[in-house]
Design a protein around this ligand. Structure first.
Ligand code: 8YV
Length: 330
């Protein structure tokens, strides 16, 4: 029998996933779930045949420089691969895979939830009961904004952007989008989505803007201070993609100054660190913040694990894994 590949998994995964991994591979699992230190990560890439990192592991060029001969595959437990220096991995002949598709609907749900939370002040209202600050109903108290009929601008019309568009349409939002490439006319028609070639022009006209693109060198601070200023003063910005896509400092300043209607953020530039100014805004209910929960469902995590397993197994059987990350995607 063939020797089982040594698969090092950096974080604790759902039990069913770990059980299956133990059956199939020589799996080195992380029982504590503590993120690996730089030393542990270096040791992992030195010894493993396959590394299964997550968003909390920075697999940069210096980590990859320590990779051993055996390391042939990095099977990311996650869709975004901005935690990995993919170019550097590929140049070393290391294949990289991710887990697309299985977290699309959950992330779109959370995006919609954030839009509603900000527009309808859900988190703020919910606090008043445990805080015992609710003095009873009033016609003019805790008023948010209607979303029906408003314009939603989606930045990045991939799987998640399209899943959000379907939801938004059902909520009566007018769907607009900006993407590197225009999607097919059949998709546009089905979503009743309007394409904007110019991100700047789209931003200036939207009531709600949602970030749904990957974080790559090309999208770092895509929503720069200049672009954020193009948005309407009452506009709402939500981000379930990656913190780095928005200039968080500029957004913070605008929230403090009341130059933007509101924001709902599931991701941050320096997570898990949250700046003191962002914390203050959150306490003042000027922003809704979630701790990177976009894809956090039991079903989603199991599906992600299964995708990782299929990618590893296919690769180990000598075939092309289904979710290879290609340079064109970066
Ligand atoms: C996870 C995600 O929280 O897949 C992604 O890109 O952000 C989330 O699904 C995380 O990345 C898992 O590594």
């Amino acid at each position: 029998t063939k020797k089982k590949p040594l698969v090092v998994v950096t974080r604790k995964l759902p039990d069913v996933v770990e059980t299956r991994m133990r059956e199939l591979f020589d799996a080195r699992l992380n029982v504590t779930d503590a993120p690996m230190s730089a030393g542990e990560l270096a040791e992992a890439v030195r010894t493993a045949d396959v590394l299964v990192p997550t968003v909390t592991d920075k697999i940069d060029a210096s980590v990859l420089a320590q990779a051993g001969e055996n390391l042939r595959l990095i099977a990311n437990f996650g869709n975004g691969v901005d935690n990995i220096d993919v170019q550097s991995a590929l140049s070393r002949g290391i294949t990289v895979t991710n887990t697309p598709g299985v977290l699309t609907e959950d992330t779109a749900d959370m995006t919609m939830a954030l839009i509603l939370a900000v527009a309808r002040r859900i988190a703020e209202g919910a606090r008043t009961i445990p805080d015992e600050s609710w003095n009873g109903w009033s016609p003019t108290w805790m008023l948010g904004h209607r979303i029906t009929g408003k314009r939603l601008g989606i930045v990045g019309m991939g799987r998640i952007g399209q899943a959000l568009a379907r939801r938004a349409k059902a909520f009566g939002l007018q769907v607009h989008y900006h993407n590197r490439r225009r999607v097919s006319s059949s998709i546009e028609e089905a979503l009743e989505a309007t394409y904007w070639d110019s991100l700047d022009q789209m931003l200036a006209r939207m009531d709600i803007v949602s970030v749904n693109c990957p974080h790559t060198p090309a999208t770092y601070h895509l929503l720069s201070a200049r672009r954020l200023k193009l948005m309407k003063r009452e506009a709402i910005l939500v981000n379930t993609a990656r913190g780095e896509i928005i200039d968080e400092n500029a957004l913070t300043r605008m929230l403090e100054a009341g130059e933007i209607g509101g924001a709902g953020l599931d991701v941050f530039e320096h997570e898990p660190a949250i700046s003191p100014r962002m914390l203050k805004l959150a306490r003042q209910h000027k922003v809704v913040v979630l701790p990177h929960m976009g894809s956090a469902t039991i079903e989603g995590r199991v599906d992600m694990g299964e995708k990782v397993i299929v990618n590893i197994k296919t690769f180990m059987d000598g075939h092309r894994p289904p979710d290879r990350v290609l340079p064109a995607m970066l």
